[in-house]
Design a protein around this ligand. Structure first.
Ligand SMILES: *[C@@H]1O[C@H](CO)[C@@H](O)[C@H](O)[C@H]1NC(C)=O
Length: 325
């Protein structure tokens, strides 16, 4: 008798739940309706994604296997590449597969998983970029104490902090959204689940939530960005005051870092922290940030870095010897 009543309660509960959230899946509107543009975008995404996988794996493997590159700067670079690879793997494979369907469906769970992972990897990447700037700051402005400040444990700690902050950021971001009811339209005007756009579909007043999301993502991205600008500013001033033969090499490393930072934060701040959304533009900026920036990082770091290029050559020779033997 007791069991029956608890079962009834359970059924009533789940029916109420079903009414409250009638939407079981979301549908992506995608980037374009035009057939020609779809084909172009398909090829574009495919080529870029293959490049991202190869380029970033190459960096991670080169840094892992080459003992000449076992220094904090390259460990951070490998972590950045790994985050880039994960970040674009959250959206790109599904987007590529979706070009074959006119109805691009994602389950509600899948959608929230995308949001969580995007914020997790994106947040970790931001903190890693700040850590890379800090590493260069110590190396250039306090060269004598570099080995004591950036010793092995500190580097591991920094990396752990980066992933920890990313995780915390994603949990906070999602905890606001996961209990929202979705009962109305389910068309997401994008090619992946983007929190601001998904929030628009909830059948509840999300005004406070919107502010929370902008605050959470905005604070993280703007704070990281300001920290980066300050540290690169100090580094550039230091280099200018003490010109030496090593400073031109440092300058080229710095230019690479600063380019990556601008490419990563530009679209990000525009999407999350810009108070006036421009509808069609931020959808295309998202393309930038899901497949263009993650490919540019390996290109920028390897083309401008002779140590990296030499290490890759060594790695390929080693591989060749390994397979020939
Ligand atoms: C990330 O950094 C840590 C700490 O320096 C290092 O041990 C690890 O190998 C790096 N991860 C990758 C994927 O290279």
């Amino acid at each position: 008798m007791k069991e029956a009543s608890s079962e009834t309660v359970f059924w009533n509960e789940s029916r109420r739940e079903a009414n409250r959230s009638a939407v079981k899946e979301f549908i992506f509107i995608g980037l374009s309706d035009s057939q020609e543009l779809q084909i172009f975008l398909f090829v574009f995404f495919l080529v870029f994604y293959v490049g991202i996988v190869f380029g970033n794996l190459l960096i991670v493997m080169t840094v892992t296997y080459d003992s000449h590159l076992h220094s904090p700067m390259y460990f951070l670079l490998a972590n950045l590449s790994f985050a880039d690879l994960c970040l674009s793997s959250v959206t790109a494979p599904k987007t590529i597969a979706d070009f074959f369907y006119t109805r691009k469906v994602i389950s509600v769970k899948g959608c929230f998983t995308q949001i969580f992972l995007l914020h997790f990897f994106g947040g970790s990447e931001m903190v890693t970029l700040v850590a890379m700037a800090f590493d260069r700051y110590v190396a250039i402005c306090k060269p004598l104490s570099y080995t004591t400040i950036m010793c092995g444990n500190v580097c591991v700690g920094i990396v752990a902090t980066a992933w920890g902050i990313g995780f915390l950021h994603a949990v906070i971001q999602l905890s606001f959204a996961v209990s929202l009811p979705f009962c109305g339209p389910n068309k997401v005007d994008s090619f992946y689940c983007d929190l601001p756009r998904v929030l628009k579909l909830a059948c509840a007043d999300t005004y406070m939530l919107d502010i929370m999301v902008i605050a959470n993502s905005g604070v993280l991205s703007v704070c990281s960005f300001v920290l980066l600008i300050i540290s690169y500013g100090i580094i550039l001033l230091t280099i200018q005051r003490r010109p030496s033969d090593r400073s031109s090499k440092a300058l080229s490393t710095l230019t690479a870092h600063i380019t990556v930072v601008l490419l990563f934060f530009g679209p990000c701040i525009f999407i999350y922290a810009w108070p006036f959304p421009i509808k069609s533009l931020d959808k295309f900026l998202a393309v930038f940030y899901s497949v263009v920036t993650p490919l540019l990082n390996p290109i920028i770091y390897t083309l401008r870095n002779t140590e990296m290029k030499t290490a890759m050559r060594r790695l390929s020779q080693w591989n060749l010897n390994f397979w020939v033997k």
